[in-house]
Design a binder for this molecule. Structure first.
Ligand SMILES: C[S@@+](CC[C@H](N)C(=O)[O-])C[C@H]1O[C@@H](n2cnc3c(N)ncnc32)[C@H](O)[C@@H]1O
Length: 319
């Protein structure tokens, strides 16, 4: 469904109670499609075409590429030259992208098996679940939330492969400016029914208040038993020398492209902050855990980056 919700409301001073909050750092609403969303699609597409075994299977990832990236990924030589030599700094990030998607969709399938029928993809970017997941996707109402400009690009790309299924609702959002529940209130989302939320590759670009407010919004408004999977960056100071350098180089890379990393969390501190709000941690997966689970036995050196963790949380039963 091409929906009802293409306008992001202007910022309000009313605060969270009214469903909006003020950004800690005033930033303009993105006026162009996210380059980092394209970067994540490149990660999945190069993995799909040129890595074996696959951590994550995404036959539509290539269809989400645009500009010269289709040429690069289509050619084994150019893919090697550009993505594995010139941009080798990105290889661990690509490992993180496929690991977090695999983690999240494994948890999503378990939720579907338990009867969950709503799937909210926060900061959806060029995620292709709705296109490729067949009967699993058909069983769901899918809500894709993103900045309007990124969403407009996604809709053009999805139209090239036949358009989105009718159970997909696109909802424009700026989580720096309004709460998740206010965004979902503009859609057909039913807060009384359990939902699965994925929120991948996005907390890095949001301020700490916006990240915490989004989690609070899930804790306060989603039905008990709802779950969220998201990834986040740990602080530089918590990393060893080489990992810290890898993160510093990546931060320079993304900042030069206009989408700087702005927040980081220590896993235990983040869990402690959201626990009183009504979220319990199912798992906080470290880079080591992700590597063990999804990359063991590989001989190509492909691994996830050392600075990103994946959290899996559940909304507790309310008294
Ligand atoms: C790196 S991409 C990740 C996309 C997708 N989840 C994936 O894993 O491929 C980050 C996404 O977050 C979105 N985003 C960044 N800031 C946002 C905000 N304030 N509100 C809503 N979406 C935002 C971007 O438009 C982009 O689609």
């Amino acid at each position: 469904m091409m929906t009802n919700a293409s306008k992001v409301p202007a910022p309000s001073a009313a605060g969270m109670e009214a469903g909006t909050h003020q950004p800690a750092v005033a930033r303009p609403v993105a006026s162009r499609a996210s380059r980092m969303a394209l970067g994540a699609a490149i990660a999945r597409a190069t993995h799909q075409r040129h890595d074996w075994p696959r951590v994550f299977d995404d036959p539509y990832a290539f269809d989400m590429l645009y500009g010269h990236w289709r040429w690069v990924v289509a050619s084994r030589f150019l893919d090697w030259l550009v993505l594995r030599k010139a941009l080798k700094i990105m290889r661990p990030v690509y490992g993180q992208v496929v690991a977090r998607s695999r983690f999240s969709e494994d948890a999503l399938h378990a939720a579907i098996a338990r009867g969950v029928r709503q799937y909210v993809i926060v900061g959806a970017g060029l995620d292709t679940f709705a296109l490729r997941a067949g009967p699993a996707a058909a069983a769901l109402r899918i809500f894709e939330l993103d900045h309007a400009a990124s969403q407009a690009m996604k809709r053009r790309l999805v139209a090239r492969v036949g358009g989105a299924p009718s159970n997909v609702e696109y909802v424009a959002a700026d989580l720096e400016r309004e709460s998740l529940s206010a965004v979902l209130a503009r859609s057909g989302f039913d807060p009384a029914k359990p939902a699965f939320y994925s929120w991948l590759g996005t907390t890095y670009y949001l301020s700490e208040p916006a990240v915490l407010s989004t989690l609070q919004s899930i804790a306060a408004n989603a039905a008990a038993g709802s779950e969220v999977v998201f990834d986040f960056c740990v602080p530089d100071a918590s990393l060893g020398g080489r990992d810290r350098e890898e993160l510093a180089a990546l931060k320079r890379f993304v900042a030069r492209r206009g989408e700087p990393f702005v927040s980081s969390f220590l896993p235990a501190q983040l869990a402690a902050k959201v626990l009183p709000e009504g979220l319990e941690v199912i798992e906080n997966a470290s880079p080591d855990r992700l590597e063990q689970r999804y990359f063991s036995g590989r001989t190509d050196g492909f691994r996830p980056s050392r600075f990103a963790w994946v959290a899996h949380m559940r909304v507790r039963q309310r008294d």
